[in-house]
Design a protein around this ligand. Structure first.
Ligand code: IPE
Ligand code: IPE
Ligand code: MG
Length: 254
């Protein structure tokens, strides 16, 4: 299967007030949190909150395309989320599978390349893994933006999996460098996030991209994920643009 080749070589970028188009973060990572609380506040089931998160995700994707963001990574299911009630876990598996089926053509038309990071262990339904592989295959030639879905993802699991593979490959300790560790992450092509946005007023990382977030700017908002829209992403990018990234050095223009 070759799929349709290389969608989206055209540029979507739109001028957004208050945003410097020359300093757009290359990679934005989102922790899509607060679905359960959003639903509970409305007297709905937690799973209704997850369903409502779909619109938030696709509006965010549109906003990221307008900005010209090249990499967008979203946390959809963590290695710790298996602790949730069976019904909620089952809903999330089915929901994510159907979401891929319903939305992949639209993403493909937008020139979005889809990738997944996380453990493909026995707990992830085979059907969902098939949908993931189909989505990767369909969109692999696209270059406008890479949407990475972190599913059954944990930052510690990613490091453990990388260390195991390094040992299996017989890598001597003298060869272990930051660059090599990066090569052993789930997606070695993925650049480190410049900006991490977490919704729902929680100020933590929750095992997301532990290695990759080392020098990312962190922006937290009280907005619950189902209410998140591209305007909130624009706000986060405005906040990012007023931060001074020093990477351990000192400001050169100070
Ligand atoms: C985030 O929303 C979605 C997943 C973790 C799958 P939550 O389900 O964590 O919502 P809250 O944090 O309980 O409100
Ligand atoms: C992080 O949210 C994981 C995802 C958004 C998929 P959680 O709701 O699972 O994180 P905690 O439990 O509040 O730390
Ligand atoms: Mg949560």
């Amino acid at each position: 299967m070759t799929g349709r080749q290389g969608r989206g070589r055209y540029v979507w970028r739109v001028d957004i007030p208050g945003i410097d188009p020359t300093r757009i973060p290359t990679h934005v990572a989102c922790v899509m949190d607060g679905n359960g609380r959003w639903a509970q506040r409305r007297g709905l089931k937690r799973t209704d909150g997850h369903a409502a998160g779909e619109e938030a995700l696709f509006d965010t994707v549109e906003g990221a395309l307008e900005l010209g963001i090249r990499w967008l990574t979203v946390y959809a299911f963590s290695t710790e989320n298996w602790r949730r009630p069976t019904d909620e876990v089952r809903f999330l598996m089915n929901f994510n599978e159907s979401l891929l089926v319903r939305r992949r053509d639209e993403l493909h038309d937008r020139g979005v390349r889809m990738r997944f990071i996380g453990r493909r262990d026995w707990r992830v339904p085979r059907r969902l893994i098939r949908r993931m592989d189909e989505s990767i295959e369909l969109t692999r030639h696209n270059r406008t933006m890479t949407l990475t879905i972190a599913f059954n993802y944990g930052g510690r699991a990613e490091l453990i999996d990388g260390i195991k593979r390094m040992i299996d490959d017989g890598v001597p300790s003298s060869k272990v460098t930051e660059k090599l560790v990066h090569q052993y992450l789930y997606d070695p092509e993925m650049p480190d996030p410049d900006l991490m946005v977490r919704t729902s007023g929680e100020y933590r990382i929750s095992n997301y991209l532990l290695w990759e977030l080392a020098y990312s700017e962190l922006v937290f908002t009280d907005v619950l994920w189902p209410d998140f829209r591209r305007q909130h992403l624009f706000d986060a990018v405005r906040e990012y643009q007023i931060r001074a990234r020093r990477f351990g050095g000192i400001d050169t223009d100070a």
